[in-house]
Design a protein around this ligand. Structure first.
Ligand code: F6P
Length: 320
């Protein structure tokens, strides 16, 4: 193995740059060449492939987003696309590929292996934290802290104006962000797609809390569970409270990564290259119980990651 390619794919996540930096510098440290592939699999198809050096990843550990840029590519998923992607890698003499991204990006790497003679390593990076095989994916901790910062600010207005705020957070089909942010932000209720909820029950709990003397509330909803505006409409029809709905949106994906995400990204980037040097392939690096681990990359499409429902019970208990 002489030349490694590295790309970021899917939604950007804070800490992706730290992972790129770690991959590039570990590879260079071990005497390998590294090529950066721009715009994910779409850029691979287009041949947007350039050599990377140590200075090319200087001053990026603290930057959100990804210097390689990222994309979601429909074309790559086709047989023609996969064939062309494999050809591009051969043309550039790339014999190992590090894919930094979410579950879709890992699936892309698995598919590419059917067409290309190369080693592949995945690094989990998505704010959604929904990738099986790792307790944390790069970007989750930062996104949670960004959303938490927003909720702390919203609480000031909720308190001052005696309002109910429904805050919608990202997470696609999962409630990992909502659960973490809701618990950390002292939300009066958290709605996530994994656990059935009932808006009438929410209404009852809200009424009870107001009878106990509360004058304001924060309700965190995962985008995959229900829209904040729908909850607002329901509550407005059934209560006299002043309700506001807020969608935090893409602000959760940006910003400087937390120390946790930078350290995780650096450790995973180093491990990914080291595993390739050991002759390993078709793995995803990750962290489990505080220890760095690897899992077969196919595991991502075979398993489902579950939320810790106990956290929801705790949040409910704390909202009394
Ligand atoms: O996967 C990350 C994520 O931010 C999800 O939480 C969200 O549902 C989705 O990407 C939004 O995608 P886009 O940036 O394409 O609108």
């Amino acid at each position: 193995m002489k030349r490694i390619g590295v790309l970021t794919s899917g939604g950007d996540a804070p800490g992706m740059n730290a992972a790129i930096r770690a991959v590039v510098r570990t590879a260079l440290y071990h005497g390998l060449e590294v090529y950066g592939i721009r715009r994910g699999y779409a850029g691979l198809l287009a041949g947007e492939i350039e050599p990377m050096s140590s200075p090319s990843v200087g001053g990026i550990i603290n930057r959100g987003g990804t210097i390689l840029r990222t994309a979601r590519s429909e074309e790559f998923r086709t047989e023609t696309g996969l064939h062309q992607a494999a050809q591009r890698l051969t043309q550039h003499g790339i014999d190992a590929l590090v894919v930094i991204g979410g579950d879709g990006s890992m699936r892309g790497a698995v598919a590419l292996r059917q067409y290309a003679d190369l080693r592949v390593m995945g690094i989990p990076a998505t704010i959604d934290n929904d990738i099986p095989g790792t307790d944390y994916s790069i970007g989750f901790d930062t996104a949670v802290n960004t959303a938490l910062d927003a909720i702390d600010k919203i609480r000031d207005t909720a308190y001052s104006h005696e309002r109910v705020f429904i805050v919608e957070v990202m997470g696609r089909h999962n409630g990992f962000i909502a659960l973490e942010v809701g618990l950390a932000g002292g939300a009066e209720a958290i709605l996530i797609p994994e656990v059935p909820y009932d808006l009438s029950d929410l209404l009852r709990r809200l009424d009870e809390s107001y009878r106990r003397g509360k004058h304001s509330s924060i309700i965190v909803v995962a985008e995959g569970a229900v829209r904040a505006t729908d909850v607002q409409k329901f509550l407005e029809t059934h209560t006299p409270y002043h309700i506001r709905a807020l969608v935090l949106g893409h602000m959760q994906r940006g910003g400087s990564p937390t120390a946790f995400d930078r350290v995780l990204a650096t450790q995973l980037g180093v491990l990914a290259v080291e595993r390739l040097l050991q002759g390993k392939t078709d793995e995803m690096v990750g962290i489990e119980g505080g220890k760095l681990i690897t899992v077969p990359i196919e595991y991502v499409q075979m398993a489902t990651k579950t939320v810790d429902a106990r956290k929801l019970d705790i949040a409910t208990m704390m909202a009394i």
